[in-house]
Design a protein around this ligand. Structure first.
Ligand SMILES: NC(=O)c1ccc[n+]([C@@H]2O[C@H](COP(=O)([O-])OP(=O)(O)OC[C@H]3O[C@@H](n4cnc5c(N)ncnc54)[C@H](O)[C@@H]3O)[C@@H](O)[C@H]2O)c1
Length: 341
């Protein structure tokens, strides 16, 4: 079936990864990366970002360089030659540290522009036969303060940072717009993605063959006790597959009062991450990790929960990484070598 998909934040890390998977939507075996790379002319992509996104080789796509904090710019995404999208992956945003140190920019992008995008989806979607699926990338950063040993769908979200606040505020809008039938929202609270191609934000860098250094913002050295901090993590591959799955979940499978779902993840410490990196890449890879303790990042990360009951997301069909850190690092390294991320 033909489909037009808008991805905002398509120039970013996850937005860049999601593109190869999109041709699979609707196919029976939707989770094979190799198949994901096959062309599907039935899917048209509108890729939007404030930086020019790279068009994928295998799909019909248009790229739009756009600042989504302006209404006219947002509306323009609904009037391209591909027509009104039936699905929106709303991935653009300012990440946790960035939102904390630049509050006004964070608010403008993580809340105001999401509201503009939602409103446009409501208005343009009213011209279509079906409601636009609005898949919103939220975060575990909505949690903070006192939470139980294991977070459940009933756990109240009380963020301790501007990033989590912006995500939570946007979630409320996506939920309300869904309840009113303006859009068909799916809100994904994403774990921390554990490996990244680019060195940023303290995520484990799996680019050691090229000798690129990465910075760990938690702790001062390999001996720091802060490295025993547990985190709630997911691999990029599993997260992307879950983005694809999110689109196809029947609306009536969600809890009746909310479209919020935290995505399945696994618990590992920063030390587990470094150990896995050493196992896969050897001592040389580990030595490429430098330490510079950053109190802002540390405070934010410390406020996030690391254990979740994943019964509900699994019941919806979402998937989870198996085997902890090591397979995640191995797989990502393979994908980098194969040029698919
Ligand atoms: N990566 C993670 O660990 C993680 C975890 C939880 C949630 N998320 C969420 O998933 C989404 C994607 O994350 P990511 O890791 O790809 O982030 P990223 O920073 O790599 O990508 C975000 C993109 O948004 C774009 N953007 C920012 N302001 C914009 C504007 N005004 N107009 C248009 N585009 C703009 C940026 O240019 C960037 O390309 C984000 O919303 C993020 O909050 C990510």
């Amino acid at each position: 079936m033909s489909s037009t998909i808008l991805i905002t934040g398509a120039g970013g890390f996850l937005g860049g990864l999601v593109r190869p998977f999109l041709p699979l939507i609707g196919e029976a075996n939707a989770l094979q990366l190799s198949e994901a790379l096959s062309a599907n002319p039935e899917i048209r992509l509108i890729l939007a970002d404030v930086v020019e996104p790279k068009p994928p080789k295998s799909s019909t796509a248009t790229t739009v360089k756009v600042d989504l904090t302006a209404k006219e710019a947002v509306d323009g995404l609904f009037t391209t030659e591909f027509g009104i999208p039936d699905t929106i992956y709303c991935l653009h945003g300012i990440m946790s540290r960035g939102s904390e140190v630049n509050f006004d920019l964070g608010l403008k992008v993580n809340f105001d522009s999401i509201r503009l995008t939602l409103q446009a989806a409501r208005e343009f979607g009213a011209q279509s036969a079906t409601r636009i699926k609005f898949i919103f990338a939220s975060s575990l950063a909505v949690y903070g303060g006192v939470f139980p040993q294991t977070v459940t769908p009933e756990t109240i979200a009380t963020p301790e940072g501007a990033y989590g606040m912006g995500k939570l505020a946007s979630e409320l809008f996506v939920n309300e717009f869904s309840r009113r039938g303006f859009v068909d929202g799916r809100i994904l609270r994403i774990p921390t993605i554990v490996v990244k191609k680019r060195p940023s934000g303290g995520n484990l860098l799996v680019h050691f063959r090229q000798g690129i250094e990465s910075l760990c913002p938690i702790g001062d050295s390999l001996d720091s006790p802060e490295l025993d901090l547990p985190l709630w993590l997911a691999s990029p591959q599993t997260t992307i597959k879950n983005f694809v799955i999110a689109r196809d979940i029947p609306a009536d499978k969600f809890l009746p009062h909310t479209r919020v779902v935290y995505l399945p993840g696994f618990t590992a410490t920063v030390r587990d991450e470094l150990n896995a990196l050493e196992k896969v890449g050897g001592r040389t890879a580990l030595e490429l990790v430098k330490f510079k303790d950053d109190p802002v990042s540390r405070r934010l990360v410390l406020s996030w929960p690391a254990r979740f009951d994943i019964t509900y997301p699994l019941s919806l069909g979402f998937i989870v990484d198996e085997g902890g850190m090591e397979p995640v690092v191995r797989q990502f390294q393979k994908d980098i070598e194969a040029g698919v991320v």
